[in-house]
Design a binder for this molecule. Structure first.
Ligand SMILES: [Zn+2]
Ligand SMILES: [Zn+2]
Length: 277
């Protein structure tokens, strides 16, 4: 339920190749969620390593993806969506609302990639540093990240999935990068209860390069979500090229089953489809 193609600035494989791969792998529901990172735009954040900003062209993407979805109908159900980069800025919210009104995405992944000033993947690690360059305590830097994710739940535009929670851990400069529930109980419970109360979906993202676990968020947070009554989870490879389509899906599914989850949730135009696992 969360993949990219060459329509995204950091995507590699063309969309038709991604869909061929999905079909080859026997995937029935395949969600495309190109980047619409207007948070970078409104906050003036250097885009993906400082390259000249190129944003997904919504006209080109939605028309091509809808056409391909029609061609795949009956074989693979292609859901045409987007990944929105959350920021506190109302200008970005309006841009996302306009996009939704014009293109009616089948689903939206709402994700936090930046601290409002810098991407968490920033080469100098600035979200984790003080102005004098000293390292911020993990409790403080992760605390800010969780507070932002908590605020993203109240985004005033439609979204379905809370993307890659604990994303900041992938790039954190700490010896122990984990964001465990025991250390951030109030922050994490606030987010998990917020997801449940709003009938949103917690994503399990297998794109974990640099992360201290095989998927994000880690098992202890997913177990806590289950304990609190959360049942809506989605699987995301977050693939940007064909080699990662459905990557670690079986690993994620087995882990979820061990925790008690019995289905994945696929959002489509506001409805939640349950896929048994
Ligand atoms: Zn993302
Ligand atoms: Zn993504």
């Amino acid at each position: 339920m969360h993949t990219h193609s060459a329509f995204s600035a950091d995507g590699i494989s063309p969309l038709p190749r991604m869909l061929e791969k999905a079909r080859e792998k026997g995937i029935f529901y395949y969600g495309v969620s190109e980047h619409f990172d207007y948070d970078y735009l409104v906050n003036g954040i250097p885009f993906y390593g400082g390259e000249a900003a190129t944003y997904t062209d919504p006209d080109a993407y939605f028309s091509c993806a809808r056409k391909l979805a029609a061609e795949y109908a009956g074989k693979t159900q292609v859901l045409v969506g987007g990944e929105f980069g959350y920021t506190d800025c109302p200008k970005a919210w309006q841009m996302y609302r306009d996009l939704e009104e014009k293109y009616c995405p089948d689903f939206v992944v709402n994700s936090v990639h930046t601290d409002g000033k810098y991407d968490f993947s920033d080469e100098e690690g600035r979200p984790f540093r003080r102005p004098d360059g000293g390292l911020r305590p993990k409790k403080e830097a992760y605390g800010d990240y969780f507070a932002l994710v908590r605020r993203s739940l109240d985004a005033p535009y439609a979204y379905d999935i809370v993307g890659h929670m604990t994303y900041c851990t992938r790039y954190a400069p700490y010896a122990d990068k984990r964001a465990v529930w025991a250390d951030f109980r109030a922050e994490i419970d606030g987010i998990l209860c917020g997801i449940i109360a709003r009938h949103k979906i917690l994503e399990v993202n297998s794109s974990s390069y640099g992360a201290p676990s095989d998927f994000l968020p880690d098992a202890d947070i997913l177990r806590r979500y289950y304990e609190l009554g959360g049942r809506a989870v989605s699987y995301a490879s977050d693939a940007h090229d064909v080699s990662r389509v459905a990557d670690k899906r079986e690993k994620v599914v087995s882990a979820l089953k061990r925790m008690g989850f019995s289905y994945l949730t696929v959002p489509c135009r506001g409805a939640h489809i349950r896929v048994d696992i």
